[in-house]
Design a protein around this ligand. Structure first.
Ligand SMILES: *Cc1c(COP(=O)(O)O)cnc(C)c1O
Length: 434
C-alpha cells in the first residue's frame, strides 16, 4: 500500500482519529448487517476524518470494499491503496462530459444515473480498450440522483444495442484476432433511501417495493454478456443498515456510523454501540480577569454580568466550527463545561470561565475538548443541535487547517490475525467477515 497520512503541521486545533474505535464500529456494523457485507463510505475526506488515515486503517483490518462520491476522490483512494490492493472502489457523482478514463484504468466502478453517464462509461471503456464496470443507480423515490423509469428504459435499450454490437464484433474477432472485451459491464445495482433515519417511515417500504420491481426487470432484461454473474446490490445507508431487518442487498453503503456517529435523531452513538472516532481538541491561549459589563468578541453580543474571567481558545469558523454556535455552545476544559460567549470568530472563541472563587481551574496551555463523545467533551450531536444541523455536517466541515492525527494502532482491533501471526493485510483474502 502506498500511504501515509498527511504530515502534521502543528496546528493548535487538532482532530485525533481513533482508528481502534473506527475498526470496532466497522465490526459492529458488519455483524449487524450480515449476511450483507460492508462497503465503507469514505467520501468527503472520510467525513472530515482524513481518508489518508481511515481507508488504510480499514484496509489493514481486511476491508476491501469502499465507496466515495466523486471521481477525483475515487482516483485518489485508488492511488492511496495502491494498484495491487485488491480493493473495489465505487463512486457515483460525476459530470458525464468529463473524461472517465482514469477511472477505467484504475478499475473504479461508476454509479450510472443517466443515459449520458452510461455513454461516458462506454466511451471510457472504448478509449482505454478495457471494460468500465458500472452500477445502475435507480431513483426509487428519493427524487435526487438515479435513473427514472424512462431513463432506465433508455439505458436498457442502449445495453441491448451494445450487446448486439459486441457479439458481432466478438464473432469477427474470433476469426481475425484476439478477443475484445465489451467496453462496459454492469457489476451492481443501487438505490438510496430518503427517510431511513425515521424507522418505520412508509417511504422506505415504498422504495423497497419499487426497487424489487426494478430489480426483477433488470434480472430479466440485462443482456447477459454485459453483466457480472455476482451483481452487487446496495441499498442501505447507515440508518437503513441499523434499522431494517433483514438488511436488503448484498452490501450496505455505510458512512456515518463507521465514524461512531448516530444517524438517528433520538438515539445516541452509545445506545447504538458505536464510539465516536474524532476528538477535536484545542488549547487555552489566554486567561484574564474582566470586569462586569465586559463584552466578548465581535459585536460585543455577550456582556459579563459580574466580574469574571475570560479564556481565549484557538478555533473558529476557519477551522470549521460554525459561527452560529457562539452564545449557544460549550467546550470542556479539565472535565468541566464552559460556555462559548460572544461570536465565534474565524480563528478563536471566548469562554466565560467564571470568577476565580467559583473554582474553575483553567490555565493558559490547558487542553480544550471541543468535540468529544459527550462525556469527554460535547458530542458532534450537541454541536449539531447548537448549529441547527446534523452531526454529519459538523465533522465533515472541520477544515483542512486542522491536523488529523491517528491514535490507536490500525489493525490492532483485528488483532486475532496479528497475534496468530497470520499474514498482514497485503494479501487479497478478506479479513474477518467483512
Ligand atoms: C453518502 C452516501 C451514503 C452513506 O450515507 P450514510 O448515511 O453516511 O451511511 C450511501 N450512499 C450514497 C449514495 C451516499 O451519497
Amino acid at each position: 500500500m502506498a500511504a501515509a497520512a498527511q504530515a502534521a503541521t502543528g496546528s493548535v486545533v487538532t482532530a485525533r482519529i481513533d482508528t481502534a474505535a473506527l475498526i470496532d464500529n466497522a465490526r459492529t456494523v458488519a455483524a449487524r448487517v450480515a449476511p450483507a457485507r460492508l462497503m465503507a463510505v469514505v467520501k468527503a475526506d472520510a467525513y472530515g476524518h482524513s481518508i489518508d488515515i481511515v481507508a488504510p486503517a480499514l484496509y489493514a483490518a481486511g476491508l476491501r470494499d469502499f465507496a466515495v462520491a466523486t471521481v477525483p476522490e475515487a482516483v485518489a483512494l485508488s492511488q492511496l491503496l495502491g494498484p495491487d490492493s485488491g480493493a473495489r472502489i465505487l463512486c457515483w457523482l460525476f459530470d458525464s462530459a468529463a473524461d472517465l478514463t482514469a477511472c477505467t484504468c484504475a478499475g473504479i466502478e461508476l454509479g450510472i444515473s443517466t443515459p449520458e453517464a452510461l455513454e461516458a462509461a462506454i466511451a471510457a471503456g472504448r478509449a482505454t480498450g478495457r471494460t468500465q464496470d458500472v452500477h445502475l443507480k435507480l431513483d426509487t423515490g428519493l427524487g435526487r440522483n438515479g435513473l427514472s423509469l424512462s431513463q432506465l428504459d433508455t439505458v436498457l435499450e442502449r445495453l441491448r444495442a451494445l450487446a448486439a454490437e459486441s457479439s458481432i464484433a466478438a464473432g469477427a474477432q474470433a476469426t481475425t484476432g484476439p478477443p475484445t472485451s465489451a467496453p462496459m459491464r454492469v457489476t451492481g445495482i443501487m438505490t438510496h433511501f430518503a427517510n431511513a433515519d425515521i424507522p418505520g417511515d412508509p417511504a422506505t417500504a415504498d422504495q423497497l417495493h419499487r426497487f424489487d420491481s426494478f430489480y426483477g426487470r433488470l434480472q430479466a432484461e440485462l443482456p447477459s454478456d454485459l453483466r457480472a454473474d455476482d451483481l452487487r446490490v446496495t441499498l442501505a445507508n447507515s440508518p437503513a443498515s441499523l434499522s431494517l431487518d433483514p438488511v436488503p442487498g448484498s452490501h450496505v453503503r455505510a458512512g456515518v456510523i463507521l465514524y461512531g456517529l448516530s444517524p438517528f435523531e433520538n438515539r445516541t452513538a452509545a445506545q447504538l454501540g458505536l464510539t465516536p472516532v474524532m476528538t477535536l481538541t484545542s488549547r487555552v491561549l489566554n486567561v484574564k480577569n474582566v470586569p462586569a459589563g465586559q463584552g466578548a468578541s465581535y459585536g460585543l453580543t455577550y456582556r459579563a454580568a459580574h466580574d469574571t474571567r475570560f479564556a481565549l481558545v484557538a478555533g473558529g469558523y476557519g477551522d470549521g466550527l460554525p459561527r452560529i454556535a457562539g452564545n449557544r455552545g460549550e467546550v470542556t476544559v479539565r472535565g468541566r463545561r464552559y460556555p462559548i460567549v460572544g461570536r465565534i470568530a474565524m480563528d478563536q472563541m471566548v469562554l466565560d470561565i467564571g470568577p476565580a472563587e467559583t473554582g474553575g481551574e483553567v490555565a493558559i496551555g490547558d487542553e480544550v475538548v471541543v468535540i468529544g463523545d459527550g462525556a469527554t467533551g460535547p458530542s458532534a450531536e450537541e454541536w449539531a443541535a447548537w448549529c441547527e444541523t446534523i452531526n454529519y455536517e459538523i465533522v465533515t466541515c472541520i477544515s483542512p487547517r486542522v491536523d488529523r492525527i491517528a491514535v490507536g494502532a490500525p489493525g490492532e482491533a483485528a488483532a486475532g490475525e496479528a497475534a496468530t501471526g497470520a499474514p498482514p493485510a497485503a494479501d487479497h483474502t478478506r479479513g474477518g467477515g467483512w
